[in-house]
Design a protein around this ligand. Sequence first.
Ligand code: GLU
Length: 196
Amino acid sequence: MCGIVAYIGSQKAYPIILKGLKRLEYRGYDSSGIALYGEQIETFKRKGRVAELEVWDEKMIETATVGIGHTRWATHGEPSDANAHPHTSNNGQLTLVHNGIIENYASLKQELIQKGYVFKSETDTKVLVNFIEEIQKNNDYSLEEAMRVALKRVVGAYVIIVMENGFPDRLIAARKGSPLVIGVGEGEHFLASDTQ
Ligand code: GLU
């Protein structure tokens, strides 16, 4: 299980997240990635070291004040760019980072495939983000409601943080059996899966 760092506030998110991910490198990992909310959510992820993320588009780096970052230690699917986090749902609306394991991902994946979902990544995480999307779409739920309903059906230990297009001033996090630390500042929040 690897690392998550997220920021929402008025400072530039990218340097805060990048620095946080570097501090989590000691835990070991095989790939890393960041999603920032610019005009919409943009994701940059790579197999390999966090330093690979230092070449991102300058405008995003300079302007975004909301973002999520991840270092991955693969449990489902090989280390690759496609399997690295963050993962985006099929309709492009939700982007999520995840630490941990979704134990019942195979049965949830079959349900989604029957509903027409196509998977370009082998991770349990891709199943989770699409499962939340499906529940949200079908019930016209807010993201928070969809996450509550979806996570009742999820078996496993996890921390997740989710961003949604159209909601630039919001991150929603959930955890079960894995730690998540939230730093509350004035007009800003820091989230991490480790106190380091
Ligand atoms: N199970 C997820 C994956 O394989 C997350 C692994 C992690 O905690 O880094 O992508």
